[in-house]
Ligand binder design. Structure first.
Ligand code: ARG
Length: 458
């Protein structure tokens, strides 16, 4: 394709240069955003008298038809074009003639690409936010159906205290709530500063109206310094770091699902449609989806480091290095989207094995804190209660008996504050129900959290 920028040079480049220079394979994803930006630019120029209204109308009509044709597949994006901005402009001129050549007045690809990617980020934030909402709803539903299900709660991956499986699910809903906040914050900053009108780096000699163009595109304000506007990629960094945190959350849930689905745990079962087999071991049923999401987390972290490194030490203003920004951006958004979609389904379909969870929770003196709390209620200071409970646990371990099964006479050797009500107090169900402090694991508190989640989503 002929170079639209064949100004000083003849525009003839070595094929290797074309190859390394080309970004269309990646930035073709931006055609809609690019066309939206160009339509606003044409409107602004007509309003300011920079081009005739009739020319703007022809440009806008041409751009709309290009967008329709790319979307329908009638127009194939020419991969020999340098980038999507050049392709759209060239196609416009092919369609409407010389009027198309007016579009690039008072702008540069530098502010154009900054604009397009800001629009892309804002739109992706809306898409990913909607997926986070769905996932939070599924987690809340799962929590509701499993509010009474007892599982061993862990610290250090050792049995700690009995918790509701619903509580465990809701912990993830709370993580995704914070992810939504991060995205909303990122979007606010993106839309506060429209870069268009910064042009190559220094603004323009034309009497443009940046506020008007920004407003047409849904921005609340403009970037105040033209050099900053074309070189700023903070929004990429913020967006990808928000993606990295989402992936970190997903990978933690992935790890739990993988562990829970193992024979050793047997806490959950995944339906066959959500697992894969092995080409050699006929008995295998592998939790690949969770493993892949855990694995993809590394990719998104890598994207963040890749972009931070590209930007490190770059002088002002635009440098071609910045063209390398889009692959990590698109890859992060696409990776997070597919992983969220996968988890919306996985959480919904995973079957909880209540019996196995309960049997597991019964092992490991998980109710020892409750014994100490029991003694405190009977009047003993906590530290003493803690010590005596520890001795009772050792005693029970020696005899291979659970705390809730130790006969009352034997309890009495340790403290005469202990009564026959101790057995009921130490049942796992009571232990869970008694943790009724705000945010605790009692089914009552679990229901309150579900209400909270649903209220913020409605
Ligand atoms: N394809 C380029 C990018 O993605 C557009 C900007 C090119 N600007 C320039 N002065 N060559 O960054």
């Amino acid at each position: 394709m002929n170079k639209l920028w064949a100004g000083r040079t003849a525009g003839k480049t070595a094929s290797l240069v074309d190859e390394i220079n080309s970004s269309i394979g990646v930035d073709m994803r931006l055609y809609k955003q690019d066309i939206a930006g160009s339509i606003a630019h044409a409107k602004m120029m007509a309003k300011q008298g920079i081009i005739e209204q009739a020319s703007a109308n022809a440009i806008i009509e041409g751009l709309i038809s290009i967008e329709q044709d790319i979307s329908s597949g009638a127009l194939e994006i020419d991969l020999t074009a340098e980038d999507i901005h050049m392709f759209v402009e060239q196609e416009l001129t092919n369609r409407i003639g010389d009027t198309g050549k007016m579009l690039h007045t008072a702008r540069s690809r530098n502010d154009q690409v900054a604009l397009d990617t800001k629009i892309y980020c804002a739109e992706e934030i809306a898409n990913i936010d909607a997926l986070l909402v769905q996932l939070m709803r599924v987690l809340a539903d799962k929590a509701e159906s499993s509010a009474e299900i007892i599982m061993p709660g862990y610290t250090h991956l050792q049995h700690a205290q009995p918790v509701s499986f619903g509580q465990h699910m809701l912990a993830y809903a709370m993580m995704f709530e914070r992810d939504r906040e991060r995205l909303a914050d990122c979007k606010k900053r993106i839309l506060a500063r429209s870069p268009i009108g910064a042009c190559a780096l220094a603004g323009t000699t034309f009497d443009i109206d940046r506020d008007f163009e920004a407003e047409l595109l849904g921005f609340s304000g403009i970037a105040m310094n033209s050099m900053d506007a074309v070189s700023d990629r903070d929004h990429f960094i913020e967006f990808i770091s928000a993606m990295a945190v989402i992936m970190m959350h997903i990978s933690r849930l992935s790890e739990e699902i993988i562990t829970w689905a193992s024979s050793e745990f047997g806490f959950i079962k995944l339906p066959d449609e959500y697992t894969t087999g092995s080409s050699i071991m006929p008995q295998k049923k592998n939790p690949d989806v969770a493993e892949l999401c855990r694995g993809k987390t590394g990719r998104v972290y890598g994207n963040l480091i890749s972009l931070l490194t590209t930007l490190k030490g770059l002088p002002l203003a635009y440098n071609k290095d910045i063209q390398e920004d889009k692959l990590p951006l698109f890859d992060s958004a696409e990776t997070v989207s597919i992983c969220l979609e996968a988890f919306i389904e996985i959480v919904e379909v995973m079957q909880v094995n209540e019996q196995n969870m309960y049997e597991s929770a019964k092992v490991g003196y998980i109710n020892a804190t409750d014994l100490a709390d029991y003694l405190v209620v009977k009047g003993m200071p906590f530290r003493d209660a803690y010590n005596i409970s520890g001795k009772i646990v050792s005693y029970c371990i020696g005899r291979g008996v659970a705390l809730e099964d130790l006969p009352i006479e034997e309890y009495r050797q340790f403290s005469d504050l202990i009564d026959s009500d101790v057995h009921n107090r130490l049942s796992l169900k009571t232990c869970m129900e008694k943790r009724n402090s705000q945010g605790g694991t009692s089914p009552e508190q679990v229901m309150k959290q579900i209400e909270y989640i649903r209220a913020i989503l409605d």
